[in-house]
Design a protein around this ligand. Structure first.
Ligand code: PLP
Length: 383
């Protein structure tokens, strides 16, 4: 009854862990959503938009006001010159942006390079868009790639490379030198960089996020993806966007139109308010996330995991070898059921689950008391 495409991937392990967490009443450090409220002004703006009857379809590729606000923020933050009328598409989250971007550019037989470990969605995205994924390893301990391995992955079938920086699950933030090296290969092989920058405001210890779109020569061969979910703690609102050349934007807009028609109209009104928040909002965000990261890092080290401080995003990728835990899916199940703390098995981030067998990912996008509660539960479990 079902298509070979649908049969060839499993349900999301991350969302599955959320269901398991709920079933056991566990603290959910699996799926990456905050347990604290969104900024009050944004919530008020969404409520007011509904009260003003902004309840019908918005312009397919995003309201003019929201696209203008997104482009203005990119200009202020990165000095980017983006035309909101021809280069911005508002989507139902970065999730839709990624599949729409791939469906807009991929033909059967095209290859898309994906760094491994990778955010779970990229596997099914490639299958659904008809791309053949080619994986390039991010090597521990610093999750760097081997330039020779990357160069060997490019060929004349390479259509795109997906770069997620700051990175889920590793916390890696790609350096300018790394992006330069990737850009050179993209230009040499005529490939497009699709960059998932949903965590761009979450970098730590003074580390800077560099958008691929700002690398010379990449202006017309980058699809930048971002969204409101993480930066404004509104993962349930489903608002994201793409920046791309006018030609590629035209294709993305068509795909987006027939996938979803448009993103939620009242949330786009609130998005204008969000994107106009002062710099202090982002400074406070970074300070709060740095504290959460440090609390959870110390907690997991005390429990006995081998884990390093991530440079960005809001996850800690741990190695459970020192604790002698079983394979990651069983380990995550035990921690959820017995310790009352849910995490994501490393298997979710690798094509061959065996490569993630000793890994567990904990998210720290929670209030500090939630994190210290998780710490205490894990220490009690370990005994
Ligand atoms: N991209 C990455 C790397 C993520 O980690 C997530 C959520 O965890 C998303 C995209 C989803 O973003 P959105 O809520 O905008 O669809």
């Amino acid at each position: 009854m079902i298509s070979s495409k649908a049969a060839s991937f499993t349900e999301s392990i991350i969302r599955d862990m959320t269901r398991l967490a709920n079933a056991h009443g566990a603290i959910n450090l699996a799926q990456g959503f905050p347990d604290f409220p969104a900024p009050e002004v944004i919530k008020r703006a969404a409520i007011e938009a509904i009260e003003r009857d902004i309840n019908q379809y918005a312009v397919t590729w995003g309201t003019k006001g929201f696209r203008d606000a997104i482009a203005a923020r990119a200009a202020k933050r990165y000095g980017m010159v983006i035309d909101p009328d021809t280069q911005v598409t508002v989507t139902c989250g970065a999730t839709e942006a990624m599949i729409a971007a791939q469906m807009a550019i991929v033909d059967p037989g095209d290859e898309v390079i994906v760094f491994e470990p990778f955010y779970e969605n990229y596997g099914p995205d490639a299958i659904l868009s008809g791309a053949t994924p080619r994986f390039v390893t991010l090597h521990e301990p610093d999750w760097s790639f081997d330039p020779a391995e990357l160069a060997a992955a490019f060929n004349d079938r390479t259509k795109a490379i997906i770069i997620n920086t700051p990175n889920n699950p590793t916390g890696k933030v790609f350096t300018r030198a790394e992006l330069d090296a990737i850009a050179e290969l993209c230009i040499r092989w005529g490939a497009i960089a699709i960059t998932d920058e949903i965590y761009d405001e979450m970098t730590y210890d003074g580390i800077e996020h560099v958008p691929m779109l700002s690398i010379p020569g990449m202006e017309d061969r980058t699809i930048l993806i971002n969204g409101m979910s993480k930066t404004y703690a509104v993962t349930g609102w489903r608002v994201g966007w793409t920046f791309a050349s006018p030609e590629v934007t035209g294709a993305i807009r068509k795909v987006h139109d027939f996938l979803t028609v448009g993103a939620p109209a009242p949330m786009q009104e609130a998005g204008v308010v969000a994107l106009e928040l002062p710099d202090s909002y982002y400074d406070e965000l970074r300070a709060a996330y740095t504290e959460r990261r440090d609390v959870m890092l110390e907690a997991l080290q005390r429990v006995g995991f081998s884990v390093q401080a991530p440079a960005g995003a809001y996850y800690l990728m741990c190695d459970s070898t020192p604790l002698g835990l079983p394979e990651s899916r069983e380990a995550a199940r035990i921690l959820t059921a017995d310790a009352g703390v849910a995490c994501v098995p490393g298997a979710a981030f690798y094509r061959d689950p065996a490569d993630g067998a000793s890994k567990l990912r904990f998210s720290f996008c929670k209030r500090v008391p939630t994190l210290t509660d998780a710490r205490d539960r894990l220490l009690t479990w370990r005994g």
